[in-house]
Write a protein that binds this ligand. Structure first.
Ligand code: CTP
Length: 421
């Protein structure tokens, strides 16, 4: 699977490894971080070395690995790497490690590093389902989250034994995406991620719809789903609950998101309608087909070999404008806040920005994120957007990785969310 665009270049990342079998997956995470130009220091717990040894971490991170607070004491190594970190990622975190972090212990190199870090801390727990669901663990997780630590939801699936359920370490690509989101998020007073979306629920649409013409062919677009994914990761690290309507997206599900897979524009429209009144915000990042086949052929459309110039006539009809429809459905209700996207190229004497301004007024969403795609942007790593209000006036602009753009959109969305009762 692909990962989201880069934003980890030059970041000092401390990777903590807890004593679980999933530590082998963390090797891929370290590789990914180093591959993106991050400066990585691995801090394994003593128990984790039973699963993956020191030599592996030294080879992958290109740095010495200290496993005891009594090594390199003259350089005060047990606090230096934590203090210098731009980001801390702990994967896997065992139930024991979560408990030690919750009570603020500093009895090994990793817990001591966490206490001195003034940076976002992303924790990826992995354990058997019974442990994850135990009230002690639930409570520890809740307390850590309240303190601004990003504790990711484990993935659901096959565990080490014959059992399965929630408890798997998310795939390394999903961990990398969460790391990017945390690194670029707004900060609280302790340097952690500001949880300004805690208690909020967002419906984010991502990807591009596909309209079947016959059993083998479809009309589609170039949307990769990356901007929607970046929004989901960004919202999750800021504490939101996320429902992610994914139209044909080939990316690992962000840990904790409720993924709702859809294919066509009609399926997406149904999904949005079903969830619209249950969420605080709707972010329409999906590229939705404006036209679909008037009649989907039941069998494969054949060419006429006798007439080389003949082509089939495929009749199209309009799809529902989900964004406009959602604005009308909301009517005067205070929620959800609604954000649309507009990718424009401009043309025939009208600039892309003018078209976007007119679209903002026409659609009536609270915000419209305008992307000038004259130079091409689909699938690209970086993005440059202007965020327009419903009068077409510029409320904000953002440039950089799709994750950075996602945070800028969420910053603006915050102002439109209804008061928390
Ligand atoms: N959108 C939608 N339903 C559609 C088409 C688009 O909800 N059938 C949403 C997109 O998710 C996006 C916004 O509307 O948030 C603008 O999409 P865009 O394709 O730029 O707008 P269109 O209304 O299709 O305008 P155009 O005539 O430029 O194609």
């Amino acid at each position: 699977m692909n990962s989201l665009p880069r934003s980890l270049q030059g970041a000092r990342v401390l990777v903590g490894v807890g004593g679980g079998i999933a530590a082998y997956k963390t090797a891929h995470l370290v590789r990914g971080l180093v591959g993106e130009g991050a400066e990585v220091r691995v801090v394994p717990t003593a128990a984790s070395l039973e699963f993956v040894g020191k030599a592996a971490w030294e080879a992958l991170s290109h740095h010495r690995v200290l496993t005891s607070v009594f090594e390199d004491v003259d350089e005060v190594a047990h606090v230096r790497h934590g203090q210098q970190a731009d980001l801390v990622v702990i994967a896997p975190a065992t139930a024991d490690l979560l408990a030690r972090m919750r009570i603020g212990r500093a009895d090994d190199m990793l817990t001591a590093s966490v206490l001195v870090a003034r940076a976002p801390v992303v924790v990826a727990p992995a354990m058997h389902t019974e442990m994850w669901e135990h009230p002690s663990v639930r409570e520890n997780v809740a307390v850590l989250r309240e303190r601004g630590i990003t504790v990711l939801e484990p993935a659901v699936g096959r565990l080490t034994g014959p059992d399965s359920g929630p408890g798997r370490l998310p795939e390394p690509e999903a961990l990398l995406d969460a790391a990017r989101a945390a690194l670029t998020a707004p900060r609280d007073e302790c340097g952690g991620v500001r949880r300004d979306l805690a208690g909020r629920e967002l419906l984010i649409t991502a990807g591009g719809t596909r309209e079947d013409l016959d059993p083998v062919r479809f009309l589609a677009n170039h949307s990769s789903g990356r901007q929607g994914w970046a929004l989901a990761h960004a919202a999750l690290v800021r504490g939101a609950r996320v429902r992610l309507a994914a139209a044909n997206v080939d990316l690992d599900t962000p840990p904790g998101a409720l993924r709702l897979d859809v294919g066509s524009a009609a399926e997406l429209a149904d999904t949005v309608e079903q969830h619209l009144h249950e969420v605080d915000g709707l972010v329409m990042a999906a590229a939705v087909a404006d036209f679909t086949a008037a009649d989907r052929a039941e069998s494969k459309i054949k060419k006429d070999d006798a007439d080389e110039d003949s082509v089939p006539a495929i009749a199209l009809r309009r799809t529902r404008d989900i964004l406009r429809h959602s604005v009308l459905e909301r009517a005067d209700a205070p929620r959800p806040a609604i954000v649309g996207f507009a990718a424009e190229t401009g043309g025939e004497g009208t600039s892309a920005l003018e078209l976007a301004r007119a679209k903002a007024r026409r659609k009536g969403a609270d915000l419209l994120v305008f992307n000038d795609i004259s130079a091409g942007v689909f699938g690209a790593a970086d993005n440059s957007v202007r965020i327009l209000d419903r009068e077409g006036e510029e409320a904000a602009s953002a440039e950089g990785s799709k994750t950075a753009v996602a945070h800028a959109v969420l910053d603006e969305l915050l102002a439109h969310l209804p008061e928390v009762s």
